[in-house]
Design a protein around this ligand. Structure first.
Ligand code: AMP
Length: 286
């Protein structure tokens, strides 16, 4: 596995592959890799000639009071995992290489960036869209892989790719979970034992809401109320940013439940903010 740190070198390497007709599959990450990340990596390897993974904890997607400084980092462990998986290139730029002095250009994906997580993390998706656009320009991938766990991120990136006519297939991969249903996340490392156990409430809440809908309860407010009650029944939940039913395309709360819907939750367990979601196809599943 080749490790590249300089954007210019990465770009020239990627251009070389592209000129030789080799397809590149790209997985952008912030590192502290777990099985969720690795599922994306395996898919990128399977579907492309060359697999490229980036590890970059992107400062501009963190708010001033967020966890940029303490975000888990394990460069050596990550490199080893990727090497074992047979990844071709690991791109690990430093901050100054990605945002040199005088950097002033940002990508803003209107409307949807302000919904759900965007309402609680102002500027977050602007930071995400900007870094992903820059990484896409460096890597020129044929396909890029994202996890459904960060559902809004996949919507924002897909919209950016469509609006700016980027010639890239955005592939969304299923959420990988722990045994008790908790979605794998680098931030799970923040949880102490009690909070780790308590955080199973998130997926339980999503499953129960899904069961209610499948059993015929289609009153949005009733389902939402049940979700809030389930979450608040767990004493470790210190706050709910949102929990409810959304249109998977617009991320708005629909007026009625029909066809595909997104059930999504963002909560704080102690000081740790965790998100999760499931998409259900109401027509098919009821
Ligand atoms: P991150 O390192 O948190 O920026 O995540 C990098 C990529 O891995 C994003 O596309 C995430 O959606 C994806 N990812 C994170 N956790 C999971 C998971 N549990 N299952 C599947 N994909 C995931």
């Amino acid at each position: 596995m080749q490790i590249i740190r300089i954007p210019r070198i990465m770009q020239d390497t990627a251009k070389g592959y592209s000129l030789r007709g080799k397809s590149t599959g790209f997985v952008p990450t912030m590192g502290a890799l777990h099985e969720g990340h690795m599922s994306l990596v395996r898919r990128a390897k399977q579907e492309n000639d060359i697999s490229v993974v980036s590890i970059f904890v992107n400062p501009i997607q963190f708010g001033p009071s967020e966890d940029f400084q303490k975000y888990p980092r394990d460069m050596e462990g990550d490199a080893e995992k990727l090497r074992r998986e047979g990844v071709d290139i690991l791109f690990m730029p430093d901050i100054a290489a990605m945002y040199p002095e005088g950097f002033v250009t940002y990508v803003e994906v209107g409307e949807i960036s302000g919904k759900l997580c965007g309402a609680f993390r102002p500027g977050h998706f602007r930071g995400v869209a900007t870094v992903v656009a820059k990484l896409f320009n460096i890597m020129k991938p044929v396909r890029a892989y994202f996890g459904q766990k960060d559902f809004q991120q996949t919507v924002v990136i897909s919209k950016m790719v469509k609006d700016l006519a980027m010639d890239i297939d955005v592939v969304t991969c299923p959420t990988i979970r722990e045994r008790d249903g908790l979605a794998m996340s680098s931030r799970n490392a923040y949880l102490n034992e009690g909070h780790r156990e308590a955080s199973a409430v998130i997926y339980r809440c999503l499953r129960e809401a899904s069961d209610l809908i499948k059993s015929g309860i289609i009153e949005i407010q009733a389902v939402k109320k049940a979700m809030h009650e389930e979450l608040l029944g767990e004493p470790a939940v210190s706050g709910i940013d949102y929990a409810g039913i959304y249109d998977p395309e617009t991320l708005n709360e629909p007026s009625e439940i029909k066809e595909a819907i997104l059930l999504a939750v963002a909560v704080r367990i102690g000081d740790t903010r965790l998100i999760d979601n499931i998409v259900i196809n109401v027509k098919k599943e009821r």
